[in-house]
Design a protein around this ligand. Structure first.
Ligand code: 13P
Length: 336
């Protein structure tokens, strides 16, 4: 483990005014996104779409890194240039999703555990050779009647810590992502309690596994009412409660926190981030690692006419990157 390399990569990932483009959808997830806009889920469509994203002019101005999927990190542009080379030239650090997705947690109906630890050391070694400098592992915590259980939180925290330690052994910065899902009728206070318990368990597990916090990035979900909760929360309430939750459970030694968008509208994801930063200063930079909130507007355009709308789709990626980059500084007002 090279501490300097880890710290340097982590700092670059959360450089001021920059955030991460999450484009690591598994085949089934990208299939859902494509189906929603009438695209067929073929390898060539996935490659062409991701080439469009990664060759966006000026991508590196507001995007520090991009998270790729196993297939994507091996792909090339139409002209035969490896995606990782395009990224390095654009100043975008290549990252890789290394978990193998979720399966039901045996004995705990309705709860999920993330798989992918077996053989992970060898897979990480290969990803380093392919150019990756950071990795991502997503754990999922579901809120419902009598869930999450302490067992589910513990099991997922333990897997995140084992993954993080293996990453650091290979000089890869782990993005540790315990996502508390927005699905359900629960109120914002329930989300707060579950998020706090989850984060505490995750940082306890990281400590137990000798994970270097200075070389780790947290990918957090915001504290929100469930999608079907009748009581909506104001943006100020979401921002304030998310901050309070993070401050009570995330050590200040962490180099940065990035948020997932998790199904929020583009506007909400950006506004919440901006508000939080306007409420600063905070112990860590707060930025973004958005998938849908970075891509969905561009995907819609591109799907209609992949050749004809190419430039417009890329301009949309650049606009969302700029808006989110400004929100990471609490300066969204300047985007207008
Ligand atoms: P969303 O921003 O679409 O939630 O995706 C981020 C991500 O990478 C979830 O693992």
């Amino acid at each position: 483990m090279n501490i300097e390399v880890l710290e340097e990569t982590a700092q670059a990932m959360v450089a001021p005014g920059k955030g991460i483009l999450a484009m690591d959808e598994s085949h089934s997830t990208i299939g859902k996104r494509f189906a929603a806009v009438g695209l067929e889920n073929t390898e060539e469509n996935r490659r062409a779409y991701r080439e469009m994203l990664l060759t966006t002019p000026g991508l590196g101005e507001h995007i520090s890194g991009a998270i790729l999927f196993d297939e994507t990190i091996r792909q090339k542009t139409r002209d035969g240039v490896p995606f990782t080379e395009i990224m390095q030239k654009a100043g975008v650090v290549p990252g890789i999703k290394v978990d193998k997705g979720t399966v039901p947690l045996a004995g705990f109906p309705g709860e999920l555990i993330t798989e992918g630890l077996d053989g992970l050391r060898q897979r990480l070694q290969e990803y380093v050779k392919l150019g990756a400098r950071f990795a991502k592992w997503r754990a999922v915590i579901t809120i419902g009647e009598d869930i999450p259980s302490a067992t589910c939180i513990e099991a997922n925290a333990h897997a995140l810590a084992r993954y993080a330690a293996l990453c650091q052994e290979q000089d890869l910065v782990p993005i540790v992502e315990p996502e508390v899902l927005m699905d359900g009728e629960h109120d914002i206070d329930t989300c707060y309690d579950v998020t706090e318990a989850t984060l505490r368990a995750v940082f306890e597990a990281l400590y137990q596994h000798n994970v270097l916090l200075e070389g780790t990035i947290l990918k957090a979900s915001m504290v929100l009412p469930g999608k079907d909760c009748p009581e909506k929360a104001s943006p100020e309430e979401v921002a304030a409660m998310t901050l309070r939750c993070l401050k009570s459970s995330v050590p200040a030694a962490l180099p940065g926190i990035v948020f997932l968008s998790g199904g929020q509208s583009d506007e909400d994801a950006t506004r919440h981030l901006d508000l939080m930063n306007r409420m600063g200063p905070h112990p860590w930079p707060l930025s973004f690692s958005y998938g849908r909130a970075m891509q969905q507007a561009a995907l819609k355009l591109w799907a209609k006419d992949p050749a004809g709308a190419y430039a417009e789709a890329q301009a949309t990626v650049a606009r969302r990157a700029r808006e989110n980059g400004l929100a990471a500084l609490g300066r969204l007002a300047e985007a207008a």
